[in-house]
Design a protein around this ligand. Structure first.
Ligand code: ATP
Ligand code: MG
Length: 577
């Protein structure tokens, strides 16, 4: 490819809406162009990168025994009704109607479709196990599309679905996929951590995510990990050993009584006013889970992890209640308290979940749904709640202890590039997708699903490999391997050598760009660094002594070679990829 012909417009500045490195660099270097919020054109350079990521994924999935197919992007409502997800999926699901008023959606994921494909084709145990995958665009009307390709509305995903006769088969395939994923990300030049995670709206029980660790905002997940053993988990799933703590207010309160606590709206204000540690306060929070109010109780020095709370209730949607919703709840129960004074008293007809930290609390302080008052020296039996359900709904904090080995946990940020789920019969059962066993009895398939964000992986590679000058693509997914830069295109010798190298490299299968533009060398070098070619060969004045300059983008190392040596070296390196 000649640079003069390459369809690429580099920008002088980063786009104003770009917050993270990959978005800034990919937009400025001419890889992507925004069409509308969360929707991008993949320009030729980007498309080359995406195809390389896809091909690595394809090769490893095929090697792992999976088979590729392609399912439609537009999906009929009926299948989503069969699985029970049409009503609960929420606003990420982009719904539309056709000319006959039939309801459809743009595929955000394909469990329903693949399950219908399987039940039509997989009838006998003899046909199982099977793993089917596709590489395709998905659409999710994300609340906050941002960070360019990292969180788009339209994006490319590889999604695979496995069908087994039993759990043991699923366990084996899950391991098989975990291994394939490790190889895929390694080949893409990405260091990933496989962490335990919540299985979210897709459902199922066990799941793991593959995280690219990054200390920037691009990492939307908090990952807790132990340096002494291999425990690591997404914060939405992480657990910890709490240090033994006896929380008893007997030294502060000699009796159980209601006292005035004016204007103590926050835990800090309350603990200051009463001169007590926050571990003596029971915090009561109201959430809306699947449209219903619920109350979460937790020791006030700790925070609630919403996903854990939602799972404890078997819900699929959660948010904190607004002050208006709290006021409404109070009015309904005959109270008149503002946030800060809320408590479980008189709330026994809504779901109440107490975190494990509440178990050991004695003679504590709690809101009783009266503004400017608290009950002190209280115990749960004083509050008239017949039954408390205890669950771990706590957000783990840095320094808490590893649940496996007891050493301190560390936290870092991660970009989720892929995940694997054990779905079990979550879809096959309601959709009546069954196989017949050796005795002629039918059973729902035991399923797994396995996703990789193709476009997110490419962007994550930029987050992991760049410097102030631009992208440093890992060789395996770079749009081109090498750029040849003749310093002065009017110099006959320089052009002759550059052209010869260009032809030789092309003939050997090296993906090469010749910068034949009549630009200053500085401009060409800047573009080469920004676009991120792994190698640059400069043909300048030193060619008069028979040498070209050979530069490795990753290390910045510059070497002098004859054109033949440089060509040979490049061919050998690229052969090894
Ligand atoms: P996230 O928690 O980041 O929203 P998810 O749990 O919704 O991800 P899945 O539904 O399991 O993700 O999708 C599989 C893969 O698709 C993810 O691991 C991620 O790499 C990619 N992906 C998901 N949502 C997006 C998005 N909005 N833009 C780009 N890639 C995405
Ligand atoms: Mg999501």
């Amino acid at each position: 490819m000649k640079m003069s012909k390459l369809f690429v417009q580099t920008l002088r500045e980063f786009p104003a809406d770009a917050e993270v490195v990959s978005h800034k660099m990919l937009a400025r270097a001419g890889y992507i162009r925004k069409l509308t919020s969360g929707v991008y054109n993949y320009l030729p350079l980007m498309w080359r990168v995406l195809k390389k990521v896809e091909n690595i994924v394809r090769e490893e999935m095929d090697n792992a025994g999976a088979q590729e197919l392609l399912m439609p992007f537009v999906q009929p409502k009926e299948l989503w009704e069969e699985s029970g997800r049409w009503d609960v999926y929420g606003r990420e699901l982009m719904r539309l109607k056709d000319r006959h008023d039939r309801e459809m959606c743009l595929g955000p994921t394909h469990e329903e479709i693949i399950t219908s494909v399987a039940r039509d084709g997989l009838k006998s145990y003899k046909q199982l196990p099977v793993n089917l995958y596709q590489i395709q665009s998905k659409f999710r009307d994300e609340v906050r599309p941002r960070y360019g390709l990292l969180r788009g509305r339209e994006f490319i995903m590889k999604d695979a679905y496995s069908f087994d006769i039993d759990e043991a088969g699923l366990d084996k395939e899950y391991e098989n996929m975990a291994k394939a994923y490790k190889r895929i990300f390694e080949r893409c030049g990405l260091d990933t951590k496989m962490v335990q995670s919540d299985s979210g709206a897709i459902g199922g029980s066990v799941s793991h995510e593959f995280m690219v660790i990054t200390d920037t905002d691009a990492g939307e997940n908090d990952v807790f990990y132990c340096k002494d053993c291999d425990y690591s988990a997404n914060s939405n799933h992480a657990v910890s050993k709490l240090p033994e703590a006896v929380v008893d207010g007997k030294d502060y309160f000699s009796e159980t009584k209601v006292i005035d606590t004016p204007d103590t709206h926050s835990i800090e204000e309350l603990s200051k006013f009463l001169n007590i540690p926050d571990t003596l306060i029971l915090k009561s929070l109201v959430y809306i889970v699947d449209k219903k109010p619920v109350m979460a109780l937790i020791r006030a020095d700790k925070a609630v992890e919403e996903t854990k709370l939602m799972n404890a209730l078997g819900g699929i949607d959660i948010r904190i209640a607004s002050s208006a919703e709290i006021a409404e709840l109070m009015a309904e129960k005959g109270f008149d308290a503002v946030p800060g004074f809320i408590g479980p008293k008189g709330m026994s007809d809504i779901a109440i979940i107490a975190d494990e930290t509440v178990r050991d609390m004695k003679n504590f302080v709690v809101g009783i749904n009266v503004t400017d008052k608290h009950l002190v020296g209280a115990n749960l039996c004083d509050l008239g709640i017949p039954e408390i359900k205890y669950e771990d709904i706590r957000l783990v904090q840095r320094g808490e202890l590893c649940p496996d080995c007891g050493k301190p946990l560390f936290v870092t940020k991660g970009i989720e590039v892929g995940n694997i789920f054990k779905l079990g019969t979550k879809y096959s059962k309601p959709m009546n997708a069954v196989y017949t066993d050796i005795n002629g009895k039918t059973h729902p398939y035991v399923m797994g699903c396995y996703g990789i964000g193709i476009s997110r992986t490419a962007a994550a590679a930029v987050e992991a490999h760049y410097d102030e000058h631009g992208i440093k693509w890992p060789l395996a997914i770079a749009p081109y391997h090498v750029i040849i830069v003749p310093v002065n295109i009017k110099d006959e010798l320089q052009m002759k050598v550059a052209n010869q190298m260009y032809e030789d490299l092309k003939a050997a299968g090296v993906e090469v760009v010749l910068d034949d533009r009549d630009e200053r060398a500085g401009v060409k070098f800047k573009d080469a660094d920004l676009i991120g070619f792994p190698f640059r060969v400069t043909v300048g004045k030193t060619i008069n002594d028979g040498f070209v300059e050979y530069k490795t983008r990753e290390t910045g190392e510059q070497e002098k070679y004859t054109p033949e040596q440089a060509t040979e070296k490049l061919i050998n390196i690229i052969k090894a990829v």
